[in-house]
Design a protein around this ligand. Structure first.
Ligand SMILES: [Zn+2]
Length: 226
């Protein structure tokens, strides 16, 4: 994902950086990418100032299951394709789509971690054989999303990721599909937390914010020793 046409890809690095950073926050573990391009962890669980372990226990179990699996998940970044997954272990992350989800959440006062790169990766990974078998070693079909005939449904993938959100004290996704009351109405998604529902309106991340978020990646790529 980070090499395109023989060069380091800003966009691929941006996705990787955000994904690894989110996964650390979600699980409470520190992750890095080794020389073979594999996600690795030092196995330590970070603690808060009171000495309690941070992160979601269920997410930690799942991600460590992925790392320990004999099957790999290959993550790609192709912004001309939607965020999607399948097969034994193929996940594509569309950074424009995830950036827009983050901007939509932030406009409604909800945090990035709830619907950002880490949670999106975890969702997609469950659609692969690798992820499904970590969740349920005796599964015979991949964990899926609800059909369009049930626009209000949550589906098993969202339900599973909501467990992680719940353990982190984050809002839970009410349904899978963005909803629209008419073809001209804005698309919305409801999120629940502590008996309160927040309706998020689908929006876009401005070019200025997108550029600012990629600043550190560009700085690294353009760095020259003085
Ligand atoms: Zn899905």
């Amino acid at each position: 994902m980070i090499i395109q046409n023989g060069k380091l890809s800003t966009e691929g690095l941006y996705v990787l950086f955000n994904m690894v950073s989110d996964l650390s926050d979600i699980t409470g573990q520190n992750f890095s990418v080794n020389g073979s391009g594999n996600l690795v962890s030092d196995g330590k669980i970070n603690k808060d100032k009171n000495g309690n372990q941070i992160g979601s226990k269920s997410a930690r179990k799942y991600v460590n299951g992925l790392i320990g699996s004999t099957r790999d998940i290959k993550v790609t970044n192709d912004n001309s394709k939607s965020t999607q997954a399948g097969g034994i272990g193929n996940v594509n992350i569309n950074a424009d789509q995830i950036d827009n989800n983050i901007a939509s959440m932030q406009s409604a006062g909800l945090g990035e971690l709830t619907f950002g790169y880490g949670m999106s990766f975890l969702h997609e990974s469950m659609h692969t054989a690798t992820g499904t078998l970590v969740m349920n070693p005796s599964a015979t079909t991949a964990i899926g999303d609800p059909p369009p005939t049930t626009p209000n449904a949550q589906g098993p993938t969202v339900t599973n990721v909501n467990v992680f959100r719940n353990e982190l004290g984050l809002p839970e996704r009410n349904h899978y599909f963005w909803q629209q009351t008419s073809t001209t109405a804005p698309k919305t998604m409801r999120w629940n937390q502590g008996g309160k529902t927040t309706t998020v309106t689908q929006g876009t991340m401005t070019p200025a914010v997108k550029q600012q978020r990629r600043g550190i990646i560009n700085a690294i790529l353009n760095f020259r020793w003085p």
